[in-house]
Design a protein around this ligand. Structure first.
Ligand code: BES
Ligand code: MN
Ligand code: ZN
Length: 502
């Protein structure tokens, strides 16, 4: 899908603009948006509203052909609800309506002339970015491994109509929206690919491809090198599977050489069977998504690299499968992590924290400005927060409160929201082991919190946040598939950091 900005000055009438379809907003009280008004010289739009053919409620649409005095072939009326109540939900829905109606029109180009300036608490840039995300999300199909490709939405070209004075702002927002959508698509694609295709080696090759395309630096460590680094915890997870573990380091160094990097660490379990603590069979196929943390790191770096973001960002991915076998780690096994702390593995299905803890120790060498790990870590997080919010965990001091606020507000800005959860010493006690420095599980109570508490023990040397995306990274049921979350949150977080560093 090709996006562009079309500008209009005060002297030009919208009615004179040529397009396959021009989309304008109307309201519930039969009122026209200014753009609809400009197309209504003949009174046809007013007549359509009067006739009751369109209610004006959000989601309602009416397609008119060859409206007198309008150069565009079609006028698509889009209901925006009550006048003055245009919020982000309605705006996203409007973009979706355009996609759905035009999908039936076989390749018509669309000119969106919606009242983007009127969106509450948002601005034009937000409206353009979010419309692009909605349209691209709608046209994404996971058909890489299907022999017949599905046909996607008929619209090939979408232009946003903005006042000439807003051209620069709009163009920047468009570039951001497209880069973000490209990153999200990559994350979805990696998530949706099955465990026999998207292996640790495949993730490493994806990182290498990105490095080549965007001139990033990349390093991939193999088992021997990980042994030399004494990553006993990460390697304990990789003992059962046939796929070689990979430890991926991808650097986008767009900031000043002396600036401390922001580090993203993504859980990259390319398939989680649970290991010897084997999971039940029902729905186990969904554990191909257990690398969505890793996928979101690659997608985010793709987005910021395309935008040439002036910030130093390092992505780190510990990648392996979690399989049972004769060589697999057993419940009760004790391993020594790279940090020197020993871990009693009481449940081999709590493997995410085992790969992350060594990655979190590894990144100390970068003297990070902040570290954010992203992981489909616990089913307990899905129980507590459902599918709407990612779980956000940090310590509770002023530096961490500030980092939490950055992440929460980046989430709110994009609708890719997170909700803050506690990390407290009282929960840490649940990780006591009789035989090692800690156990890898803390019992069923507060499972997402004890998982975060486990990670916290490996992050003492820098400011750190943990995002548990088990509930947000993919959808189950009929709409099964990766969502691309939290790439929008992370990319916005980094964009805000780059803006603050100016
Ligand atoms: N990858 C899973 C977490 C998960 C489960 C994500 C269900 C999405 C849906 C993780 O490795 C895991 O198995 N966690 C266990 C931890 C438990 C053994 C302490 C869980 O959540 O059951
Ligand atoms: Mn598991
Ligand atoms: Zn897992």
């Amino acid at each position: 899908m090709d996006f562009s900005i079309k500008t209009i000055d005060a002297k030009t009438s919208i009615a004179s603009l040529k397009a396959g379809c021009i989309a304008v907003g109307i309201y519930e009280n039969k009122k026209l948006s200014p753009q609809a008004q400009a197309l209504d010289k003949s009174g046809e739009i007013t007549a359509a509203l009067k006739s009751g053919d369109i209610s004006g409620k959000p989601g309602s649409t009416l397609l008119l052909r060859k409206v007198a005095g309008v150069a565009a072939e079609r006028v698509l009326l889009i209901g925006l609800g009550a006048d003055g109540e245009l919020n982000d939900k309605v705006t996203s829905m409007a973009a979706l309506c355009v996609a759905r109606v035009l999908a039936t029109l076989g390749g018509a180009d669309a000119l969106l002339a919606l009242p983007f300036d009127a969106v509450k608490e948002r601005d034009l840039a937000w409206a353009i970015r979010s419309s692009i995300l909605v349209l691209r999300d709608n046209s994404y199909r996971s058909d890489t491994l299907k022999s017949k490709k599905e046909t996607t939405s008929g619209i090939k070209k979408v232009a946003f109509l903005v006042a000439a004075a807003k051209a620069a702002v709009a163009k920047e927002a468009l570039a951001q929206g497209v880069a973000l959508a490209n990153g999200i698509d990559l994350t979805k694609e990696l998530g949706n690919l099955p465990g026999n295709v998207c292996t640790p080696t495949y993730l490493a090759n994806t990182a290498k491809k990105l490095a080549k395309e965007f001139k990033l630096s990349v390093e991939v460590l193999d088992r021997k090198q990980l042994e030399a680094l004494k990553m006993g915890s990460f390697l304990s997870v990789a003992r059962g599977g046939g796929e070689a573990p990979k430890f991926i380091i991808l650097k986008h160094l767009g900031g000043k050489a002396k600036d401390a990097p922001t580090v993203l660490v993504g859980k990259g379990i390319t398939f989680d069977t649970g290991g010897i603590s084997l999971k039940g069979g029902a729905g186990m196929d969904e554990m191909k998504y257990d690398m969505c943390g890793a996928g979101s790191v690659l997608g985010t770096i793709r987005a910021i690299a395309e935008l040439k973001l002036k910030l130093n960002v390092i992505g780190v991915i510990p990648a392996t499968e979690n399989m049972p076998s004769g060589t697999a780690t057993k419940p009760g096994d004790i391993v020594t992590s790279m940090s020197g702390q020993t871990i009693e593995i009481l449940n081999t299905d709590a493997e995410g924290r085992l790969v992350l803890c060594d990655a979190l120790t590894y990144v100390e060498r970068f003297k990070p400005a902040a570290v954010v790990d992203i992981a489909t870590l616990t089913g307990a997080c899905v129980t507590s927060l459902g599918h709407h919010n990612s779980g956000l965990f940090t310590r509770h001091d002023s530096a961490h409160d500030a980092l939490a606020e950055e992440l929460l507000s980046a989430g709110k800005a994009t609708g890719d929201t997170a909700w803050r959860m506690p990390i407290e010493d009282s929960y840490q006690e649940q990780l006591k082991s009789n035989f090692a420095d800690m156990a890898n599980i803390g019992g069923p109570a507060g499972g997402s919190i004890t998982a975060a508490c486990f990670l916290e023990r490996y992050t003492k040397k820098y400011t750190w946040a943990h995002l548990d995306i088990a509930g947000t990274a993919w959808k189950s049921g009929a709409a099964k598939g990766a969502t691309g979350r939290p790439v929008a949150l992370l990319t916005t977080f980094l964009m805000n950091r780059a803006a603050a560093a100016k």
